[in-house]
Design a protein around this ligand. Structure first.
Ligand SMILES: [Zn+2]
Length: 466
């Protein structure tokens, strides 16, 4: 089957030959040659006469699979808008004012469509003769738009202008952020621009304030995990670790925990790299390695600030861990994230970072290890039988962008520290024994519950939980 994503579609042909008749007959014109016209369809036997009537010249038919064909049709209107706005800004390249306004409209359309599709990131990548725009939706990249390379420098310059970066600089990486008012609402974006051999790779993270400030009970934890976090953040000292790989939703969990804390009666200081959201009532300190402001240095100074709760964006090295443990031993509650894949490996990671077993045993209160898993679309999921059990599978409809999934939820494994676990660690016994001594649910067990209750599918389980 051919891949429609590889083609730069001339959306101008839609108006030339009649959008409705093309749509009704499941035809997408791709480009027009002097002698023939190139079209895409998911039907191998389109009526020749019909094609002749519509186009008045011979056609070459690119057969594509129904999934990508339908995806293209679903977003055709918005892509047509992007196409026209892109063309207009190219035509008005030399008249400064118009170029800016057309490209602004193009970018606004792009941001709005990415937000409407619940994307977390927009990737704009220059290739040799064209550039592509891809959205990350529920953790997966989907190509959305492809256009001539001529427009890329204009987009790149505008985005650099928005984020107050150096427009003339195309050879070193640049990072920044900007805000935009879109349909009466303010949105924050974080941007990273990386030079590549064909130009630049631009990634825009859409910072969704609403998602970040969801309460802890609304981000997908099972009740027992939620209750355990609630209980442990009320202690005045000790350490809570949220662990997981990149993109496992640790940051959202951290911000949701901050929301639960008593900001009035407690001094809360966060150390973050970078700071994603500003929160009223707490002190947020950004890491800046360029001027030597690393976790270790910030942590040392945070301790002189009489804090009650210290949040550490990520414990990366033994120095930061050592100070964090000291803080947790001396009357502070430390909440931190760590990059590990499961809860029991977290102890090993701490030992690798040089932490003494007796210290780990005395400061740790709770480890929550998390991953994200896609949630089945409620409008199109279908019942299937799996080993005598009723579960659901993904199908795909207009509401879920044909993927069968909408949004993600958290799967977890966690353990709370008690005397038995502390003893195992202190005496450096086999850490895998911990599981035998606590009501400890493995991440795959937790995920399978979410298969059985219809939250997710077996495919997602196989992809993320084992
Ligand atoms: Zn659906």
């Amino acid at each position: 089957m051919n891949d429609l994503d590889l083609w730069t579609i001339d959306y101008g042909l839609l108006t030339k030959f009649g959008k409705n008749i093309l749509k009704d007959n499941s035809i997408i014109p791709i480009y027009e040659h002097e002698i023939y016209i190139f079209i895409a369809s998911n039907n191998a036997n389109i009526n020749e006469k019909l094609l002749q009537d519509i186009f008045g010249k011979p056609t070459k038919n690119l057969l594509v699979d129904s999934q990508s064909f339908n995806f293209e049709l679903l977003h055709q209107d918005i892509k047509y808008q992007l196409f026209s706005q892109g063309k207009k800004s190219l035509q008005n390249k030399d008249s400064k004012n118009n170029e800016e306004s057309y490209i602004s409209i193009f970018l606004e359309t792009l941001f709005l469509s990415a937000i409407a599709l619940q994307s977390s990131d927009i990737h704009i990548e220059s290739l040799k003769n064209s550039f592509v725009i891809r959205y990350r939706i529920d953790g997966i990249l989907v190509q959305f738009f492809r256009f001539d390379i001529d427009l890329f420098p204009i987009i790149s310059s505008s985005l650099k202008l928005f984020s107050k970066l150096d427009i003339s600089q195309k050879r070193i990486p640049q990072n920044g952020r900007f805000s935009k008012k879109l349909i009466e609402k303010n949105f924050d974006f974080r941007i990273s621009i990386l030079p590549t051999i064909t130009g630049e790779s631009i990634v825009i993270r859409i910072l969704d304030n609403q998602k970040a400030f969801l309460g802890l009970q609304h981000i997908g934890f099972c009740d027992d995990v939620y209750q355990s976090i609630k209980k442990n953040i009320n202690f005045s000292q000790g350490m809570i670790l949220i662990t997981g790989s990149t993109g496992s939703g640790k940051t959202t969990t951290m911000y949701s925990i901050i929301n639960e804390l008593d900001k009035k009666k407690k001094k809360i200081i966060t150390i973050e790299d970078p700071i994603e959201y500003n929160i009223e009532g707490i002190m947020q300190v950004p890491i800046n390695e360029d001027i030597g402001l690393n976790y270790e240095m910030v942590l040392k100074n945070v301790l002189r600030q009489d804090p009650d709760i210290i949040m550490i964006g990520e414990i990366r090295d033994e120095y930061a861990l050592r100070i964090a443990i000291q803080a947790a031993l001396t009357g502070h509650l430390v909440i931190a994230t760590l990059h590990t894949n499961d809860a029991s490996k977290t102890i090993n990671r701490l030992l690798d970072l040089g932490a003494k077993p007796y210290l780990i045993a005395s400061v740790l209160r709770l480890i929550v290890s998390q991953k994200l898993i896609r949630v089945l679309c409620q409008d199109c999921k279908e019942q299937v039988i799996y080993e005598n059990k009723m579960i659901y599978k993904n199908v795909g409809c207009v509401k879920c962008n044909l993927s069968g999934y909408r949004g993600r939820t958290i799967i977890t494994e966690y353990f709370e520290f008690d005397d038995v676990i502390a003893k195992i660690i202190k005496e450096q016994q086999d850490i895998s024994q911990i599981a035998l001594h606590t009501k400890y649910e493995k991440i795959n067990e937790n995920a399978f519950k979410k298969v059985l209750d219809g939250t997710t599918s077996m495919d997602e389980y196989n992809l993320h939980a084992i």
